[in-house]
Design a protein around this ligand. Structure first.
Ligand SMILES: C[S@@+](CC[C@H](N)C(=O)[O-])C[C@H]1O[C@@H](n2cnc3c(N)ncnc32)[C@H](O)[C@@H]1O
Length: 276
């Protein structure tokens, strides 16, 4: 294995361990994201209607996590496949699908090793690009997404925009201040996360974080510490990747709103591109 491949494996292993740890807690806290997820699902359906040349039916999510998007879309009548690199996340998604009595194909898989051709009307890559270890991996993922789509089908991907003006964990303001504190409550659960930016490489757009999560639930207090390595992409990076992967036209939307932004200053930027 060459050095580059080795480095990728290391990032992937760390990310897997992190999301395996988080899976149980995320499921516990799923309710805190219900409104957010509904808003995102509404946007996805808007994008299907506005950008695909035909009616969207078959959808794949290449890093589905606990399955909140694929499960939501299945409830709305779509034929869904979800895959995730972390087996614990796939397990949680399967348990949720069973609980909710819906049918979704759920698999373990790497977003940079997709093996599909002309199969899907829409591909989702949500809150995942920042975890891919390097530019080559992002390009590989985009190219494989392009191949997986039927002509006239669309990809929907997003990034957390480091240039946004707020105080969220990924803003340049937080990175320079060096820490971020966040608390969420849902009935029966209190969740506190304290993030510290350990290092930041602006040239390659990489930030290393140390995190402490405290969860107070009915079964006691759980504390775990972890670290994450995240890529910080700009609007222009994503336009470039999509173009090189073969997508000719891309529309960018701010914060799950259906009007394109005048300037790319929103907290989350969502990109929609169609395969010709
Ligand atoms: C921030 S979560 C987002 C999950 C989901 N898309 C959502 O919006 O709720 C990132 C997910 O990406 C998964 N992941 C990380 N690296 C991956 C890879 N190379 N291929 C597929 N999934 C990956 C993690 O296991 C985790 O579930």
């Amino acid at each position: 294995m060459d050095r580059l491949e080795n480095a990728r494996e290391t990032v992937l292993k760390a990310s897997r361990a992190y999301y395996a740890h988080l899976a149980y807690y995320e499921d516990l806290l799923a309710e805190r994201r219900a409104a957010e997820t509904k808003r995102e699902l509404d946007f996805l359906e808007f994008a299907f209607r506005a950008h695909a040349t035909h009616r969207v039916r078959d959808v794949i999510d290449v890093a589905c996590g606990n399955g909140r998007h694929v499960l939501g879309l299945a409830h709305r009548g779509y034929q869904c496949t979800g895959q995730d690199y972390t087996p614990e996340q796939v397990q949680i998604a399967k348990a949720r699908a069973k609980r909710e009595g819906i049918s979704v194909k759920l698999l373990q898989g790497d977003a940079t090793r997709l093996n599909y051709e002309n199969e899907f009307d829409a591909v989702l890559a949500l809150y995942i690009l920042f975890l891919l270890p390097d530019d080559d991996s992002v390009l590989t993922c985009m190219r494989q997404i392009h191949r997986a789509l039927k002509p006239g089908g669309i990809v929907i991907c997003n990034i957390a925009n480091p240039f946004h003006k707020g105080n969220d964990w990924f803003s340049l303001k937080t990175i320079h201040q060096g820490h971020y504190f966040h608390e969420t409550r849902v009935p029966g659960v209190r969740y506190i996360s304290i993030d510290r930016v350990q290092d930041f490489d602006p040239l390659h757009g990489i930030a290393w974080w140390q995190e402490t999560h405290v969860i107070q639930a009915e079964d006691g207090v759980h504390i775990f510490r972890d670290h994450e390595r995240l890529r910080l992409f700009t609007y222009w990076d994503i336009l470039h990747y999509l173009q090189v992967a073969g997508f000719k036209e891309t529309k960018c939307y701010p914060d799950w709103k259906t009007k394109p932004p005048k300037k790319p200053k929103a907290e989350t930027l969502i990109f929609v591109s169609r395969k010709d």
